[in-house]
Design a binder for this molecule. Sequence first.
Ligand code: 6PG
Length: 250
Amino acid sequence: MNPYDILVFNTPEEAAKAIAQLISNRITEKQNSLSPFNLAISGGKTPQTLFNILANDFAEKIPWHQLRLFWVDERCVPPTHPESNFGMTNETLLKKVPLPKKNVFRMKGETVPEEEAIRYQSLLTKELPSKNGIPVFDLILLGMGNDGHTASIFPKDINLIDSHLSVAVTQHPDTGQKRITLTGPVLKQADEIIFFVTGASKATILKEIILNEPSAKKYPAFHIYSAEGKTSFYLDKEAAALLPKELPLL
Ligand code: 6PG
C-alpha cells in the first residue's frame, strides 16, 4: 500500500475548498478522454461543507457532463427523508449544478435493502470499468465515524472489508437503521481515495490509524486505502490534534 498523504487545514472549510479544487482538477484532467469521471461520495455531516463549495464556487468551473456520481452508502429511508444521503446531496449540490440526471446513480433507500444491494451491485458492474472483476472508481470520498466506521461498514461488520460482494446491507449499531454500503474490495479498488475528517471527536481514532497502532485494527477505516493508487486524509486541525506536530498546516 502506498503511504497516506495527510493534509491538515486550519478549518473544515479550507479542507473542503482544497478537496473541491482537487475534484475539479481530476474531472477536468479526464475531460479529453473518452471515459467519464466516476466519483462515489459519502454522506453524513462533513461533506455538506464540500457540496456547498462545489455548488457555490465550482458550478461554472467543472465540466459536469464529464462526471458520473455514485454513492458509497445510503440510509434505508426515502430520498426525501432528512437522513437520506441522496436527499442531502440533492439539496446542497445537485439542485445547483448542471450535472445531467442520467449521470446520477443513487442508491434507492426506499426499496427492500437486500434487493437494492443486488441491483446496485449489478449497476456498478454494468457502468464501471473493472479490475479482477471488481468495479473501479476514479475517486471515492469517504468520511469516518466516531467509532472508526467508514462508508456504512461498522466495527461489527469488519468482515465486509474482504467481502466477496461489492455492495452489502448493514445496520447502524445504535439505531438499528439499515444501510446499503459499498464493501472493502470495491473501496480499495479505487484509483484514489480521499478521507475527509474533521472535528475533535475523531482525533483519537485518527491518531491510532495514522500511527498504525495495534488498537487500530478494529476500525474499518484502518483497513481502507487505495490498493494501487493514492489515499489522502484531508483534516482540520481539530481532527489532526493528536498527530505528530511536524505535519505542515496548510
Ligand atoms: C453516512 C456516511 C458515513 C460518514 C461517517 C462520518 O452515511 O453517515 O457515509 O460513513 O462518512 O459516519 O459522518 P459525519 O461526517 O457526519 O461525522
